[in-house]
Design a protein around this ligand. Structure first.
Ligand SMILES: N=CN[C@@H](CCC(=O)O)C(=O)O
Ligand SMILES: [Mn+2]
Ligand SMILES: [Mn+2]
Length: 323
């Protein structure tokens, strides 16, 4: 079977030219995941990996378009200046794709590649694609780190994504699939969902979240000026963990800042509320892998959601001590 994979292509990385390689597109190196071993990486080399798939969104009755997310983020990120404190190379490992709607094959291949990257000491910066990326991403990180490492998930999202994967997995079910996996393997299920909107999740999902011991930081707790409770809940959640898989569903942000998503979210939070939480998480030093999901360029306005997503990756690249 042909692997569901599209090799990286420099054409997606464009921007101004500078004498001193000041822009990110001037600092990209390509790594083809099918052509043998990864290049000799420095410790925690950042590797951009696309998940060009909106089959999970379609299965969840959402608006298609997220498969174009990875290239839209490349276009926005490549134009950004890379400041002196950042690693000098961002590796682009291309896209895992989803031919013929075979989401399960896509997730399996993605998970295997994440596993390999983490084992080789890289830092995956994955971009979706639907939030079904999260089930595959968690499995890859968990299998790379092994059962002795207490791995948690922190999800910024308007939604719990704890729906039943019936009859098959989709963009609204990844964390219930993770919970089932953890139960089967006798692993702890440590999941925090930050930014959950009361008007976007039915009572059944709040009950399920409570039964699964999900740490919830609601959207109403993410208001600039009253963030202390949210920051302290995140700090408590991180404390017992050895490692964290961080996932950011862009529909947690208000549509004022992130219009280009599959499920619009006018009552989402602002970047001002998000950033202190994000910085606290990055500064913990526990993040081993991260993704940004649900960018839908078809519904974006002036590419601003792609720029927002790229800015999140830019911030990670400049996080002191992470690389
Ligand atoms: N990825 C998650 N999606 C949401 C969709 C919500 C909606 O359709 O408005 C969910 O399933 O809860
Ligand atoms: Mn969501
Ligand atoms: Mn989601």
């Amino acid at each position: 079977m042909t692997p569901p994979y599209c090799s990286p292509d420099r054409v997606h990385w464009q921007g101004r030219k500078s004498a001193g390689k000041e822009y990110l597109h001037e600092n990209i190196r390509l790594v083809d995941l099918l052509s043998g071993s990864l290049p000799d990486h420095d410790h925690k080399a950042p590797v951009f990996l696309g998940y060009a798939c909106d089959e999970g969104v379609a299965r969840n009755h959402g608006r298609p378009g997220a498969a174009e997310g990875p290239n839209a983020i490349r276009r926005a990120l490549g134009r950004m200046p890379l400041l002196r404190s950042a690693p000098r190379t961002l590796w682009d490992a291309g896209d895992v794709v989803c031919p013929d709607g075979d989401l399960e094959a896509t997730q399996e291949f993605f998970s295997t590649q994440v596993n390999r990257l983490v084992r080789e000491g890289c830092f995956p910066l994955a971009v979706g694609g639907g939030h079904d990326i999260a089930y595959a991403h968690f499995l890859g990180v968990q299998q790379a780190l092994g059962p002795g490492v207490r791995l948690g998930i922190l999800n910024f999202d308007a939604h719990f994504d704890l729906r039943e994967p019936e009859p098959r997995g989709h963009s609204g079910s990844p964390f219930l699939q993770v919970a089932s996996h953890c139960r089967e393997k006798n692993l702890p299920f440590s999941y925090a969902c930050v930014g959950v909107r009361p008007d976007a999740n039915p009572g059944e999902l709040w009950d399920r979240a409570a039964a699964l011991g999900v740490r919830v930081v609601g959207r109403n707790d993410l208001q600039p000026g009253r963030l202390e409770g949210a920051l302290s809940a995140i700090r408590d959640f991180l404390e017992p963990l050895d490692a964290l898989y961080l996932t950011i569903d862009l529909d947690g942000f208000s549509s004022a800042f992130a219009p280009g998503v599959s499920a619009a979210s006018p009552m989402g939070y602002s970047p001002e509320a998000f950033l202190p939480c994000f910085d606290l998480i990055l500064e913990s030093g526990k993040v081993r892998s991260m993704d940004v999901a649900e960018l839908n360029p078809t519904h974006d306005r002036d590419g601003q959601t792609a720029i927002l997503a790229a800015s999140l990756i830019h911030r990670v690249l400049h996080q002191a001590g992470l690389f």
